[in-house]
Each structure stands twice: as structure tokens, then as C-alpha cells.
Design a protein around this ligand. Sequence first.
Ligand code: MRU
Length: 354
Amino acid sequence: MGFRAIEWLDDSSILKLIDQKALPQQVHYLELTTPAEIAGAIHDMTVRGAPAIGVAAAFGILQAARGAAGAGEDLQARLSEADAVLRAARPTAVNLSWALNRMRAVWSGAGDSEALLAALDREARRIEAEDIAVNRAISEQALKILPRKVTFFHHCNTGSLATVDLGTALGIIRSAHEAGHEVFAYIDETRPRLQGAKLSSFELLQFGVPHAIVVDGASAHIMRTRDVDIAVVGCDRVAANGDVANKIGTYNLALAAADNGVPFYVAAPMSTIDFSTATGDDIEIEERDDSEILAINGQSIAPDGAPAFNPAFDVTPHRLIAGIITEHGIARPPFAESLLAMKRAQETFLEESA
Ligand SMILES: CSC[C@@H](O)[C@@H](O)C(=O)COP(=O)(O)O
């Protein structure tokens, strides 16, 4: 098992988070006691990665419910306040609102506060447990199409740290290595916050997966001059037409892959597919503080007063994507149809396992 980004301490209702801002130099944990603190940790990227922030938010709601019950306060009022604070923490990853919607469906339902509290407890744990199962299933789907000797190109961090465990795209790389494939991975740095250099390399070293960190701008050159079999990335929101919002630089990578005939895959839990968003143009792209570009580890790298522009995500058009790997299978173009087929497979799976 990798480092756990998130751990719920049930007896104390504390959400324990590894501080991803301090990695890899320090493995340091924070213990959060309020939804406002959790929202702050999501916003400042102490916890990050689309699935991880959804799970953290679900426990934030549970924390608020327990707090309200302990103080004899109105449950609905406290929860709707917590919901609003958590929902506003980051805009692009749909997993945040997806998890909050699941929790809201519980707390806005019928039942006395004791029953609601128990149901919220179950739902938060279910969201957490499902994430692990879904990530394993995504890896299993991907293993079906990988050659025995496989060289990957990966962007950002999509591993254990970005999820509850294993991860999505990085989980595929790790699973291929553990399944005996001869794996090598090019891990791009992922400016400006360097999730690739800091976090993905940290995870791959832990599991003994051969890899090299490369600068973001090297992707086209490496694909042109080395044998790269597959580029695989995660996602923060997939629109109904298959357009994918993911960490800034994903679109560049997809263009480099297209020009070099490298198949470009997106690992996507069904929770990241947003059927209510028609196309990538409808996805809100988070803009973060200029300081993320102008300084590295607090050290200024640009002239004093230099302006910057810092969109944190981009949208890769569906035409550049070979497949979207979900826990229910690999969706292929045309995605408007194949993603709906995945949704139907999910509904059947849920009915059968109910
Ligand atoms: C399984 S994580 C998927 C995405 O959330 C990941 O690729 C990504 O873009 C993370 O961005 P971040 O800004 O670090 O939260």
C-alpha cells in the first residue's frame, strides 16, 4: 500500500491528511477538525487529485453532522453551510460536487438525526471504499491492452496520493509493473506545482517502478526519439462528448502524442464523467495564484513585478483521445455513445450488487 493521503479517525472525527505541499522532503500529517479546515486544505492543495478531494469533502460533511449532533444544533442548517464551504473549495474537479451530492442525497432525506448520522457515516465510508475498488478495476481494464514491455508517458500525479489508494493512471503503471510487465515511465515534472517530479516519482520509487523525470517541454522530443507505447493521464472532469479537463499541460501532451502516433489514454472513474456538461467548453477552469509560477519553493524565479497567468487545468479535445479507461471498460470514439454505454454498464453493476 502506498502512503495514505487521507485517513478518517473515527473515534475523534478527525480527518488526517498527508501534507502534499511538504512532500517529498517531509512526510508530515495534518489533523483537521472542521469542514472549513478541510475546504482550506483542498484549496491550498494539502490534499489534491480529483478523487481524493471528493473523499475529503465527504468526511467534512460527516464531521459537520457529528459536530451539529454534539452541540444540539440544527443538522440541516449546519450541513448546508458545510456543503457550501466545501463545494467552493475548487471548481474544476467534478468529484468534489459528485461526493457532496451523494452526501446531500442522504442528509436532505427523511429520518431523525440519529438515523441520518448513521446513514452519513455509511455513505462517507462507501465513497472511500468504492474509490479503492474502482481504481483496481481501472487497472484491470488497462492491463488487457498493455504489451509485456511497455513504456509510458505520464502527467501530474494520479497515484495513491491523488486517491484513497493505488490511483488511476499512475495506478495502471504501478499495476503493470506488479503484474510482471517490463515497465518504464517518463514522468513529466508538471509545472507549476511539480506534482510529477515531487509526488509521482516519490510513489514510483516506493514501488520500485523504473522511471525518469523529464521537463514538460521534453514530451514531443521524447516521443519522437524514444519508443513510447502509451501516454496515460488522469482527469478532473470528462464532458459528455469525451472532452477531458485535466492538469494544465495535458492538451500539449495529447498534441505531442498525436503528432508521434502515440495512443493517448485517459483513466477516468465514472465519478469523473459529468454527463450534465455537454463539452469541454462548458467546464470551468480554475485559475490559481501567480505566485505558483513566479516562485519555486518560496524562492522567486522571475523579475520583481513580473506578471503571470496561471490556469491550473486545460481541456483536451476528444478527437485526440484513443480511449477513456473506466472501471466498466474502455470507452472508444465516438465517446458520446461509448460513455453512455459505460453509464449503462455501471447502472447494471449497481443493480446487481444492490
Ligand atoms: C486521479 S487524479 C486526476 C486528476 O485530478 C489529476 O490528473 C490532476 O489534474 C490533479 O490536479 P491537482 O491540481 O494536483 O489537484
